[in-house]
Design a protein around this ligand. Structure first.
Ligand code: DCP
Ligand code: MG
Ligand code: MN
Length: 338
């Protein structure tokens, strides 16, 4: 999720941001990635403004806001609405598309197929559609899985997990990453990073997490598995050792991280995703490569551009050191909204 909306309430441009965010969601839905990105960047810029932006010229002078978006900002400020958004959302089918796209594990083509098959409601899906096990969870717990989790509840869920974890292995360290670490007032899910001093591979933590998941499931805390735990292949930059599921119908993710990769994983799992993308881009401009396992000296590429080596590891364990090596000023987690 990329819906860092809760921090906006006190912002002088809150209303404009809210409407631009809806437009952004609309473009994401119709797969217009270019406009989606443009809107996200503009929203990030507006979030940083200490005063209300009301005119096109004022908006256009800000970074990452083009002429047409600036005009829309003025329209919202003057009329309190955006005509483009209103006709985008008028379509009844568009509303159903949005309903279906909010089912866990459903993408645009799946949602469109269901509409073409004549399905219009969640009950249609429940009774008639051919659902994967994850999609069925998504339909059955639609409202819960689509509501944001208040910050205090994230803290309470985490406290419970940490207590059980400590009983299994007191050396294990847990931390909530994601939007919670960025200071959000509410989160889409609970992202838990798991590490232990002295580990150099996430495989060393797999038995612990298997046990933790078994205990939490037995106690009724974890109620569904969405992506089962799998070990990270050594030396590969794959998905990492992670587990996705639900606790009492809140989304919860675990990411296993060896101490040697802790800093890089913290950066990755704290986000947000646009911030991560810009850090990776910066690394590649400087002849380095950043992923969730570490910062590397640029990879050598062979004739067919295949990777010849992983590249020399410059830093993995220390978050601040990675910023330093990249030559960027340290940013606290709550300053990483973009
Ligand atoms: N992440 C990323 N790129 C992605 C998905 C995730 O870089 N495509 C990273 C950045 C995110 C972190 O993983 O901050 C956690 O992913 P979430 O989807 O849980 O996103 P957030 O925690 O940021 O937001 P939400 O409150 O919606 O969960
Ligand atoms: Mg999250
Ligand atoms: Mn997550």
């Amino acid at each position: 999720g990329t819906k860092d909306r809760s921090a906006d309430a006190r912002n002088p441009n809150a209303h404009t941001i809210e409407i631009l965010q809806k437009m952004c969601d609309y473009y994401a839905r119709v797969n217009d990635t270019w406009r989606t990105l443009a809107y996200r960047k503009a929203i990030a810029t507006l979030r940083r403004q200490p005063t209300r932006i009301t005119t096109e010229d004022e908006a256009f002078r800000l970074p990452n806001i083009g002429r047409r978006l600036a005009a829309k900002i003025e329209e919202i400020a003057c009329t309190n609405r955006l005509r483009r958004l209103e006709y985008a959302n008028d379509e009844p089918l568009d509303r159903i598309l949005e309903l279906f796209l909010n089912v866990y594990d459903v993408g645009l083509s799946r949602a469109n197929k269901w509409i073409a098959q004549g399905y219009r409601t969640l009950d249609d899906l429940r009774l008639k559609a051919d659902l994967t096990p994850n999609q069925r969870i998504g339909v059955d717990h639609y409202d819960d899985l689509n509501s944001r989790i208040p910050r205090a509840e994230v803290a309470a869920l985490f406290a419970y997990v940490r207590r059980e974890a400590a009983l299994l292995d007191p050396r294990v360290e847990l931390l909530v990453g994601g939007s919670y670490r960025r200071g959000a007032e509410s989160s889409g899910d609970v992202d838990i990073i798991v590490t232990r001093k002295g580990t150099s591979s996430s495989a060393e933590l797999v038995p612990f997490l298997e046990e933790l998941i078994a205990v939490l499931t037995r106690k009724g805390f974890l109620v569904a598995t969405l992506a089962a735990l799998h070990a990270q292949r050594p030396g590969k930059d794959g998905p990492g050792s992670k587990w996705h599921g639900c606790c009492v119908w809140r989304r919860i993710d675990f990411l296993l991280v060896p101490e040697s990769e802790y800093g890089a994983a913290l950066i990755y799992f704290t986000g947000n995703d646009i911030f991560n993308r810009s850090m990776r881009l910066l690394a590649s401009k400087k002849g380095m490569r950043l992923n969730q396992r570490g910062l590397y000296k640029e990879v050598m590429r062979g004739k067919n551009r295949g990777k010849v080596t992983e590249g020399e590891l410059l830093e993995g364990r220390d978050e601040k050191r990675i910023f330093e090596l990249l030559g960027v000023k340290w940013r606290e987690p709550w300053e990483r909204w973009c």
